[in-house]
Design a protein around this ligand. Sequence first.
Ligand code: GLN
Length: 199
Amino acid sequence: MIGILGLQGDVIEHISGFSRIGVETKVIKLPCDLKEINGLVIPGGESTTITKLLVSSGLVRPINDMIKKGLPTWGTCAGVILLSKGGILENADVKVRRNAYGSQLDSFITRTRIHKIGRDVTMVFIRAPRILEVGTDVKVLAKVNGDIVAAQSANILLTTFHPELTEDTSIIKYFMKIVENSDLRQGYGFGHHMPGRIT
Ligand code: GLN
């Protein structure tokens, strides 16, 4: 079961992306929703708003604990900002700059090859962040005009664009491979320790 953080942003688009490949999802709004998930998506949206809602819903600590324990986690766009250094879910060794491509009018669509997928993929950038620096343990999966747009740091997948807004399910399938190869694929562990942590 894949959890989709459902506080703000393109939650429905992620749910329908996973349903197109037959994967069940669960919307995460409160700590108790985190039980039994074996993967988590932090969707695109507005990172300041999602940050405030993560704090008020009590999700920051349980999500951070689960990511540190290896929960496969995929951040798209605002999700990348939250997972990067200085973000509230700071777990990936990457530095980003918000809205680095300019205003809404500078949003764009392009096609680029993704390493690991092995072919061109349509990439939708909407007021995207720019990944400025990555740590040595971070694998770069794709670049557009020299900028890193997809990267992976162990259990964390980062895409500064929005695969869920296209028909192409290859990145969703790639994330599912990370989930399948994870030791946490049975969803064990999170279920038992969560109740004690919910305050
Ligand atoms: N510009 C947004 C932010 O800084 C991210 C945009 C997106 O997720 N499409 O939070």
